[in-house]
Design a protein around this ligand. Structure first.
Ligand SMILES: [Zn+2]
Length: 705
């Protein structure tokens, strides 16, 4: 029943047209579209002209140019000024800033063995470039000279913040280290970069390698028609027509676990999911994880911090590991109690079934669904016809228009990197151009799992003119199956609003400097998560949740059931999330060398919090891409989602009090998004809310109080 093969899936679904052809040799620079001016509308990347072979030479040229530009700043004979040092640094590296996001987006969303090989080649060069800039003593001397006399420079608050942030980023980047320490610092960064890439490539391999192949329809018992149709489509794509294939991609595995009556098949697919990169083969990530944690600890100690978490959190709202553990513990006790009650409800259902057994991890979603149906008469599948992908996206556009007056116009004329990508021009209320938004919604073998938002071009002000942003949302949503369009689950609809919130943050930002572009990790989820609140408001559902065939608006009683069931399952959801957050924090508060046994480390971490035996941490170490994947952006930062949720639930209360689309409240929230990294997020929040955030709305929403 189980087939381990990556290649069949890879070949069957196909790759972006633009990347299909690989010229044998890199073309000369003057014809490389990455190096010439982009004459596309709004200067978006000319995807149709870009091939894999263009990337390596262009990135290397970008690195060389940035080196020359930074050298010129460092060697300027004039005394340092804000303009000739800080602003000059903002302008340096323009070419690379234009090319890099195109490459990294393709590498995440449509990778190929060719792109993976280029990534392994250029990542060390990019890491070395960053280190060479931060560790350049002449450059740091200029920044430090300015920082030392910052009070007398007559800088405005935003300029002062840029200087402060730049100075800190040099210090945190090793600028104050002795020469021998600098060498070690560089070596650690190089090793971490390579380990992160290896981790991500291995994870993609193991995620694609597994298929649950069902030969006869007895294995399909319990599955709704749409899930069966999706399995048949996947089998066709995998070259197994007439059979059914379920994979470890979110739209495939989760509905299967929710509905499949066959307990043994549920056990098989969940076990395949939770043992990814833990098979003792060349794709095993256990040693990689231990090595990364040890190197991060060593690097933090070189810089004078106790642990990697101390180093990271200094820059976040949370500030210290103690504050993070404080919030996690505060939520853990009530969440665990609720999860245990949920488990007891499921066990009761199992016991009543005649052939009792003990609830296991692969039973959770299945029996949770049964309890939910019993209690709320809510059938999630009955909702999906009202959540046609295009309608949900239109709903997100509608909310943004009501709040901020902005509009979204389809632009099928803009180049895209895959036929499933769609482009929109975003305009202000007065019709002026605000930016470009791309959506890329379905899974494919070259796309990493999860959902994210990134920018091909971030906003800033150059010579008095705002450079407009170009952003993309990349997700892994259910695809059209059989004769149905793509119909989303409630969770997928929320995710669409979530990533759209990140996109809005990028689109509305008015930060004049690249160096002050974004929020800290534990605030950056506020603009995204707050959008999820609107998605399920009856007033908003009425606008976009229309039956894909009849156009009928979602019936009121269904909306009512959705509202009633909102707190259902929150024990499980909170526990599996918090377990992963504890695991992340535990890995990054180590002070000594590599853990001898990654599995034992993880068990100890989860035993400490008494994770119920039938719940698996949302991520196990070997596939915890957020914290060990390329860049490791969420290391000591996975807690950020719930930290941000305290703020977004509290912020949304303001809209509840004043009105879902109250213009003054929307104006206030837009100010937070516009200011972005130019001010302290807590100051921005207090200006919006008139007080510090309260944890109460979050506890109420999750039914933990
Ligand atoms: Zn997010």
């Amino acid at each position: 029943m189980v087939l381990r093969t990556a290649l069949t899936v890879l070949l069957a679904i196909g790759f972006p047209v633009a990347l299909a052809a690989q010229p044998p040799a890199p073309p000369p620079g003057d014809t490389n579209p990455l190096l010439t001016a982009w004459t596309t509308p709004f200067g978006v990347p000319p995807f149709a002209e870009i091939t894999t072979a263009h990337f390596a030479p262009a990135i290397k040229e970008g690195i060389a140019r940035q080196r020359r530009e930074v050298e010129a700043i460092a060697n300027n004979p004039d005394p340092p000024t804000f303009a000739n040092t800080l602003e000059a640094l903002e302008d340096a590296g323009e070419l690379l800033t234009r090319i890099s996001p195109v490459f990294s987006n393709l590498q995440s969303s449509s990778t190929t063995p060719g792109l993976q090989a280029i990534n392994r080649e250029v990542a060390p060069l990019l890491t070395a470039l960053r280190d060479d800039i931060r560790l350049n003593p002449r450059l740091f001397a200029r920044v430090k000279a300015l920082w030392d006399k910052r009070a007398s420079l007559g800088l405005g608050p935003v300029q002062a913040r840029l200087l402060d942030e730049q100075y800190k980023s040099f210090v945190r980047g090793g600028a104050n280290l002795a020469p021998a320490q600098k060498e070690r610092f560089r070596a650690i960064n190089a090793e971490l970069s390579a380990l992160g890439i290896k981790f991500g490539d291995s994870l993609l391999h193991d995620t694609n390698a597994y298929q649950l192949v069902i030969e006869t329809d007895t294995g399909l018992k319990g599955l709704p028609a749409s899930v069966i149709a999706a399995g048949a489509e996947a089998a066709k794509a995998a070259g197994l027509p007439g059979k059914w294939v379920y994979t470890l991609q979110a739209p495939s595995i989760w509905p299967f676990l929710q509905y499949a009556d066959n307990r043994e098949l549920r056990r098989q697919i969940l076990t395949a999911y939770t043992t990814r990169n833990d098979h003792g083969d060349e794709y095993d990530n256990k040693a990689n994880v231990a090595q990364q944690a040890a190197l991060r600890a060593e690097r933090a100690q070189l810089l004078g911090y106790k642990t990697h978490a101390d180093y990271v959190l200094e820059e976040n709202m949370a500030k210290t590991p103690g504050n993070v553990y404080g919030l996690l513990n505060q939520l853990w006790v009530p969440a665990r109690a609720v999860a245990l009650r949920e488990a007891a409800d499921q066990q009761a259902l199992i016991n009543a079934s005649g052939t009792p057994f003990t609830l296991e991890a692969w039973d959770w979603r299945y029996y949770q669904e049964k309890v939910k149906r019993q209690r709320f008469a809510l059938d999630e599948q009955a909702l999906r016809p009202y959540f046609k992908l295009e309608n949900v996206r239109q709903g997100a556009f509608y909310v943004a228009s009501r709040l901020y007056g902005i509009t979204f116009t389809p632009r099928p004329d803009l180049p895209v990197y895959h036929p499933e990508v769609e482009a929109f021009e975003v305009k202000n209320a007065d019709g002026s151009h605000l930016g470009v938004y791309y959506s890329d919604y379905h899974p494919r073998p070259g796309k990493r799992v999860g959902a994210w938002s990134s920018a091909f071009r971030s906003t800033r002000v150059k010579a008095g003119v705002r450079i407009t942003p170009v952003v993309v949302n990349v997700c892994n949503f259910s695809r059209p199956a059989g004769d149905e369009p793509a119909l989303l689950t409630l969770e997928e609809a929320s995710t669409l609003f979530h990533e759209f919130g990140h996109a809005l943050n990028s689109l509305l930002s008015q930060s004049p400097y690249r160096g002050l572009g974004g929020f800290p990790r534990d605030f950056v989820e506020v603009p995204s998560q707050i959008m999820e609140n609107w998605a399920l408001e009856p007033e908003v559902l009425k606008v976009y949740a229309k039956h894909y065939r009849t156009g009928e608006v979602i019936p009121l009683d269904l909306v009512e059931k959705i509202k009633q069931a909102e707190q259902f399952d929150q024990g499980f959801a909170t526990v599996e999330y918090l377990a992963a957050s504890f695991l992340d924090m535990d890995w990054h508060t180590v002070t000594a060398g590599p853990a001898k046994d990654t599995t034992a480390f993880e068990h100890a971490s989860l035993a400490k919090i008494q994770l119920p035996r039938d719940i698996v941490s949302r991520y196990r170490s070997t596939y915890f891409n957020h914290i060990f994947g390329p860049g490791g952006g969420y290391s000591s930062g996975y807690y950020a989602y719930i930290w941000s949720e305290v703020l977004d639930k509290d912020a949304f209360e303001a809209f509840r009090e004043k009105g879902l689309f109250d213009p003054a409240t929307a104006r206030g929230f837009r100010t937070i998004l516009e200011k972005g990294g130019t001010a302290d997020p807590m100051d921005l929040y207090k200006a919006f809310r008139g007080r510090e955030p309260s944890v109460e709305p979050l506890l109420r929403k999750r039914g933990l109080k």
